[in-house]
Design a protein around this ligand. Structure first.
Ligand SMILES: Cc1ncc(COP(=O)(O)O)c(C=O)c1O
Length: 458
């Protein structure tokens, strides 16, 4: 196969290991730059995945956009930390201004605020912590000192999520010492988003007293990109005096598209929101934001250190809004990509892959050998091959066979997941380079592989 056509070398784990070994063969003497550069170019780069290729249709990775690269290069060259004023006055002020501007862009109230986080996983974790903190305050104690022991019945604490919520929320409740048993998982509807009509039944289940302190709506689920209802959950939160968190790690960006804004009705009621600019805004990983509707909420995170973060310091201090003490200048690439492209072009970039996925889905609806699993709301389409010659009992194996072959060939990249207990193939269009034509080519490949399955069942 022509190596140029591949999105990565296609080498096996042992081949990659053999190539990379020389890089970690640490010696007393250093290497000249040219040799080191050649080693990296020859040994490592061929095994890196080319996210800019139209055939990359599997996950949320992205090549940095040109404007973002400018900011990233400056941030890297100056290696600025943005913990506090002393470490980087320019970096700190830029982060402050950027978070305020982002709150405005997403239509959050004047008194909202945000903090840059390493990734969506940590942003979700902090959101659940803030929710628990406020709940403790409602009960009259300080969570940061008493911990969950302060609750009269810690075993009753509950977080409501959908069955399709991202696993980072499981991490969150584990890390908070609540355990996954505290999660009430609401079943999903035919579009694989939370079925809000199920909520009353699920809350009554088991009959025990429950103390719901946090409800999560995933605005753009990981498997299908479905934007779960927000308004109905806002009402539930009001009744239960619970915190509403919107996990928009993937999907929040789409609220910037007027044609999708209806799906985000209720967003203004969210207490907190997660968003990952590193998903489709073309900024280098890692870059995530946690927004809060009331700036004061982030004050719950502050821990002062006498050697550099003093309570009476008059300057802004992003390091008090979330745990990392050493923090990168993630605001700069985000600022430069937005300034370089402009909002109109950014919206076009967001829209193009959605249009491609929707067109593909509409076309595939008419094809007998393919089951389209949901109506795509954003840039993800899950489907299941079901050629007539493969019995229903072997359909899961067929999807796995297709996925494994495509992965091994290295010409394109698709993903695989489980929906309603069935294995499905998943196509992700994140960057505008993933066009309708590129998606159609993938379908042709998938079809050809499905044909081969009949002669070589797994
Ligand atoms: C809905 C959702 N939430 C949270 C996350 C976690 O984000 P990160 O990968 O930045 O930790 C993801 C990641 O794909 C996601 O899809």
């Amino acid at each position: 196969m022509n190596k140029e056509k591949r999105i990565y070398s296609g080498a096996s784990p042992s081949e990659v290991e053999a190539d990379l070994y020389e890089l970690v063969n640490f010696q007393e003497q250093g290497l000249p730059m040219e040799i080191l550069t050649r080693l990296i170019q020859e040994r490592l780069v061929p095994h890196l995945v080319r996210y800019d290729r139209p055939e990359f249709q599997s996950l949320y990775n992205f090549m940095p956009e040109k404007g973002a690269l400018l900011g990233a290069a400056v941030a890297l060259r100056h290696n600025q930390g943005v913990t506090n004023w002393q470490v980087s006055p320019g970096g700190v002020m830029l982060e402050e201004l950027c978070t305020r501007a982002m709150c405005g862009l997403f239509g959050l109230p004047a008194n909202s605020d945000a903090t840059f986080m390493y990734c969506g996983t940590y942003a979700n974790q902090q959101a659940v912590y803030l929710a628990l903190h406020r709940h403790a305050e409602q009960m009259g104690f300080d969570l940061s000192s008493r911990g969950i022991r302060g609750f009269p019945h810690p075993d009753r604490l509950r977080v409501v999520v959908s069955e399709e919520a991202h696993f980072s929320l499981r991490h969150a409740v584990r890390m908070l010492g609540l355990g996954e048993e505290c999660m009430i998982r609401i079943p999903v509807d035919e579009d694989y988003g939370m079925d809000v009509t199920e909520i009353p039944r699920q809350l009554k289940k088991g009959g025990q007293a429950r103390d719901i302190f946090c409800v999560v709506s995933t605005a753009g689920t990981t498997s299908t990109g479905t934007i779960e209802p927000i308004q109905a959950l806002a009402e539930l939160c009001k009744r239960e005096e619970a915190w509403l968190h919107v996990d928009g790690a993937y999907g929040l960006a789409f609220s910037l598209l007027p044609e999708l804004s209806r799906r985000f009705t209720g967003l203004e009621s969210a207490d907190s929101l997660t968003w990952d600019p590193h998903k489709q805004f073309g900024v280098p990983i890692p870059s995530s934001l946690l927004f809060v509707r009331r700036a004061a909420d982030l004050k719950r995170m502050a821990i002062y250190g006498e050697y550099f973060n003093r309570k009476d310091d008059p300057e802004p201090n992003p390091g008090l809004k979330s745990p990392p003490s050493t923090r990168p200048l993630s605001a700069l690439p985000l600022v430069t990509t937005v300034r370089y492209q402009g909002l109109a072009k950014l919206r076009e970039r967001l829209r193009a892959p959605l249009t491609a996925i929707r067109k593909l889905s509409e076309q595939l609806e008419a094809e007998a050998d393919i089951e389209v699993c949901h109506t795509p709301q954003t840039g993800i389409l899950c489907l299941r091959m079901k050629p007539p010659h493969v019995p229903a009992t072997e359909l899961d194996s067929l999807q796995r066979f297709i996925y494994d072959h495509i992965k091994q060939e290295g010409r394109r990249s698709i993903s695989m997941t489980r929906l309603a207990d069935r294995t499905v193939l998943r196509l992700v269009a994140l960057s505008p380079s993933v066009t309708f034509e590129a998606l159609k080519e993938t379908i042709s490949d998938i079809r050809a592989l499905a044909g081969r399955f009949s002669s070589r069942p797994v």
